[in-house]
Structures are given as C-alpha cells and as structure tokens.
Design a protein around this ligand. Structure first.
Ligand code: PHE
Length: 342
C-alpha cells in the first residue's frame, strides 16, 4: 500500500493539464466516488495496527497534495475563463518540483570554478578522436600497451594507422589546444572518457576527467606543485596537505601522482583511504619537450605542466559513495540526496 501511495504522490506532481476537461478528469480520478482516494481510504481499514501511523500520514499527504494541485488547475482552467494567476495574485501557485544536479556535475563545477579563480579558462574536445591526438602526439610508442584492444574502444582501423577511437583520456584536448593556440596557455578541459574495462564497484567503461594545461616561458615544477596545492586546499579544506609520488606517463617528464591526506580520517587510516592515510587524486607532470614540438610549440623557449584527474573517484571520496555504478543508474533515491548541492 505504501508503494501505491508513493506512486500516486509522484503521479500528482507529474500531472499537467491543458484545459477544463482535463482538470475535471483529474478531479474525478482522485476525488470521484470510485476515485483513488476513496479506494485508498477504504483499503486503509485493513492496514495492521503498527503500520497505521506511517500509512495514515502518507495518505493524508497525498490527499492534501492532490487537493492543492486540483485547486491550482481549477484556478487556471475553470470558473472565470479569463482569470489567470496574473489577474489574481492570491490564487495558489502551480507546483514545480525543482530538479537537482548530478553529483558528478556538482564536483566538476567546483573543480572548474576553483581553477577559473586562478585564471584557467575552459575548453572541450571531441569524444571521438583519432590515434594522433589520443596517443601519437602524446609520445605513446607504437607498441604502448594503452593502445591495446583491451583498453581502447576502436571505431575504425585506418590504413595510415591514424585509427578512429573513443578517447581514453582528456589529454587529447591538450594536443588539440596546443596545435591551434600559441602560449601563454592556461586552460582546463572537462570531459567524458572511455576505456574497455569490466564494470564493477570501482571501475566503469565510461568516466569523467578534468585535465589542466599551462604552457608559457619559465614554467617550472614549482608552479605545478603550488597550483595543485592551492587546488587541494580549496577542494578539500585548508588543512589538506599533498604528496607527490614519482610516476610515469609517456607525455610528461618528470611525472608524478598526487595524493591528499585522507579528508575523512585526517590521515589516521580508514576504509576509504584503505588505511594508508592518503588518497590518490591525479596524475601530473612537466610536458615532455617532444610533445610540445609535435604540437608546434617551440620547446627551446617554452615549458609547461599538465595534470589530469578522475571526477568519479573524487566524488566518491567527497560523498563517501561506495559504488561507482550509482553514478550511471539514475536511481532517483540516489540523485535526490544531492538536491541541496549547488
Ligand atoms: N591522462 C592521464 C590519465 O588518464 C592523466 C595525466 C594527465 C597525467 C596529464 C599527466 C598529465 O591517466
């Protein structure tokens, strides 16, 4: 019975009417002799004692909601046909349920706004890429394992090897921007990326990244580190510290991975940080001079840094979400929990 009432509550909210006839149909459906409410109040007699309170409350809620909705329909469509809400401001307002932003959008927007405060502008690139922008220009050797069928969704094999594929990272946008823009470049690229992975609580074949790119004269590793420290503090709180671990990416040299001290346990160790006290947030490094050159930027005069982070991972940490699949299922019970997020 509870489920039935909940369904009707949603139906009341979702109903829209065009004219007096549809208003009347709504009235009969809910308030008619054989209407939904009479029916439910009839069934209510059979509800066992302990559940009466909860069901009764819901039932009254449904009745009130349907009543208000009916009054607002009637105000618009029946009686004085010229009367609109603008003529009579005392008429009840129509109800619109406000939507909520998807948690991944909430976190992406926060990332973009933090970087825009320090002068990064936003750009996007295509999700369907070619081998050059996704791999070759980024120094991936012809036999690099990341090109393997197991990771990359290929769309078309080309005789010249410039295969068409779904981009596996947003680093492809770095290439597109550097090919067409002369430094100084200070930009950030959000987007969807694709990898042929089995779907589980921790991995998906579609996920989201934000990539950062900074190219100018005299850009050094210190600039990279300060930029990332600023970001981490803005994102996770003033007390956050970062640690950079040496790593490897074909297109950056030196390369690093950045961890933050776990915002949930403050570094003491918990199941989110797997008892290490640290959470890995992003990959970064100084752009390899060979990459600058292949994109038409003189590596004798210019240097740059880049970084890339996964939005899902960060959102899971921020909101303690334990299963990545929630992001893609669009279950309203999950999404409604983010109504208050901006
Ligand atoms: N593209 C890398 C990845 O998807 C992340 C990265 C971006 C690393 C920029 C260094 C610089 O894992």
């Amino acid at each position: 019975m509870k489920d039935r009432i909940l369904q009707y509550l949603e139906a009341v909210e979702a109903t829209q009417v065009k004219d007096a006839a549809e208003t009347e149909a709504f009235r009969i459906r809910f308030f008619g002799k054989k209407g939904i409410l009479n029916d439910l109040f009839g069934d209510f007699k059979q509800v066992p004692g302990p559940e009466k309170k909860e069901i009764g409350l819901l039932l009254n809620q449904l009745k009130e909601k349907a009543q208000l909705r009916l009054e607002s329909f009637q105000a618009r469509h029946t009686g004085n046909s010229n009367q609109t809400r603008l003529d009579d401001l005392t008429l009840p307002v129509d109800f619109y349920t406000a939507g909520s932003r998807h948690p991944l959008s909430v976190v992406r927007n926060r990332i973009l706004s933090i970087f825009s405060r320090i002068g990064f502008t936003v750009a996007e690139g295509p999700e369907i890429e070619d081998d050059w922008h996704n791999f070759s220009a980024l120094n991936f050797a012809a036999d690099h394992p990341a090109r393997d069928m197991q990771d990359t969704f290929f769309i078309e094999k080309r005789p010249d090897s410039n295969d068409v594929l779904l981009r596996t990272h947003t680093s492809s946008v770095q290439v597109r921007v550097m090919e067409t823009t002369q430094p100084p470049i200070r930009m950030i690229f959000p987007g969807r990326v694709f990898r042929n992975e089995a779907i589980s609580a921790r991995a998906h074949c579609i996920f989201h990244q934000v990539e950062g790119l900074y190219v100018d004269k005299n850009v050094s590793f210190v600039d990279l580190k300060q930029t990332l420290l600023y970001f981490a503090k803005e994102m996770f709180g003033e007390k956050t510290s970062i640690r950079l671990r040496p790593s490897y990416f074909p297109f950056t040299e030196p390369s690093a991975e950045m961890d933050i001290n776990c915002p949930l346990c403050g570094g003491k160790g918990c199941n989110i940080c797997k008892y290490t006290g640290w959470i890995e947030i992003l990959g970064c490094g100084m752009i390899d001079p060979a990459v600058l050159d292949s994109c038409g930027i003189d590596s004798e005069t210019h240097t740059g840094f880049a970084f890339g982070m996964g939005i899902e991972r960060m959102t899971m940490g921020l909101y303690q979400i334990k299963d990545l699949r929630h992001f893609f299922e669009n279950d309203l019970r999950f999404l409604r929990q983010f109504e208050s997020a901006f």
